[in-house]
Design a protein around this ligand. Structure first.
Ligand code: HEM
Ligand code: HEM
Length: 219
């Protein structure tokens, strides 16, 4: 496939015109939608509320779209354009140290590791969130029905003494998912800080192209 060759991850492209990075609309829209959903669930919605869970499902859908795009999207958006490779990442660090600028049409090898790390942690957050919340109930965010659904899963209050053991088991797995959710959210915050620092660093090193390519209005 001629395209795949054009976007080899370690490609060198001395001509400035070829160095221009560009992301298709799906990559841009999924990036900024994921950012918006994370900000909403981290700062705006109440933890475990109907709104939090619905934002969570929207996040899961957008994330699934991006993963699908990694298989069927344009060359630079595909997983094959930015394979996770420690060897390449070390090579990239060496390039930075000696001031060598290699051109990458997709994520650079260090950025690729960060992208996969963010995606893995997002996967954990979504899986643990869904494990606690259950499948969508069809009720509107914040409605009594939805709240009831959530509290049924989260609090698992049971009056019946005979079911006490079962409830203890449910609470045990709940708190496990709660733990996974909370820990991975904290890990995500660290990765986001590193990602933004990396973007700023790379923008200073290689030019504003890096940032502009992810903003709207650039084909
Ligand atoms: C990246 C986006 C998300 C962020 C930043 C986030 C953040 C949080 C935080 C900080 C908590 C409190 C954890 C604790 O102290 O126990 C929480 C709880 C919860 N989250 Fe998320 N969350 C996100 C995505 C999701 C998703 C995708 C779902 C499900 C679809 C979800 C469902 C829940 C539920 C049900 C709780 C309640 C757990 C409890 O009551 O302890 N969250 N979330
Ligand atoms: C919640 C915060 C954020 C998360 C979770 C996040 C996550 C990601 C992910 C997963 C990618 C890979 C995109 C893909 O291939 O689909 C990416 C790329 C990118 N992000 Fe973010 N991002 C966040 C915030 C930001 C912010 C605030 C900026 C602007 C300073 C930014 C700038 C970029 C840029 C420029 C790229 C492309 C990097 C490259 O060319 O290799 N991100 N981000």
């Amino acid at each position: 496939m001629p395209h795949a060759q054009q976007f080899e991850p370690e490609e060198f492209a001395p001509a400035p015109a070829r160095s221009r990075r560009s992301w298709d609309p799906v990559v841009k829209i999924t990036h900024w939608s994921i950012v918006t959903a994370i900000i909403a669930n981290a700062l705006i919605t109440e933890e475990g509320s109907g709104a939090h869970i619905w934002v969570g499902y929207a996040l899961a859908a957008v994330f699934a779209l991006r993963l699908l795009w990694g298989l069927i999207g344009p060359a630079e958006a595909r997983f094959s354009a930015f394979p996770p490779s420690l060897r390449r990442a070390v090579g990239h660090l060496r390039d930075i140290r000696v001031g060598r600028k290699e051109i990458h049409r997709s994520h650079n090898p260090l950025g690729a590791l960060m992208v996969y790390a963010i995606w893995c942690v997002l996967g954990l957050i979504i899986a643990s969130g869904i494990a606690m919340a259950g499948p969508p109930s069809g009720a509107l965010p914040g409605s009594a029905d939805q709240a009831g659904e959530v509290s049924r899963h989260l609090v698992a209050e049971q009056d019946d003494d005979e079911e006490e053991d079962e409830v203890k088991g449910a609470e045990g797995s709940e708190s496990m998912w709660e733990e996974v959710h909370e820990t991975s959210v904290n890990l995500l915050y660290i990765l986001i800080a590193l990602h933004i620092a990396g973007t700023v660093f790379e923008t200073r090193r290689s030019g504003r192209e890096i940032l502009l390519a992810m903003l709207p209005g650039r084909a």
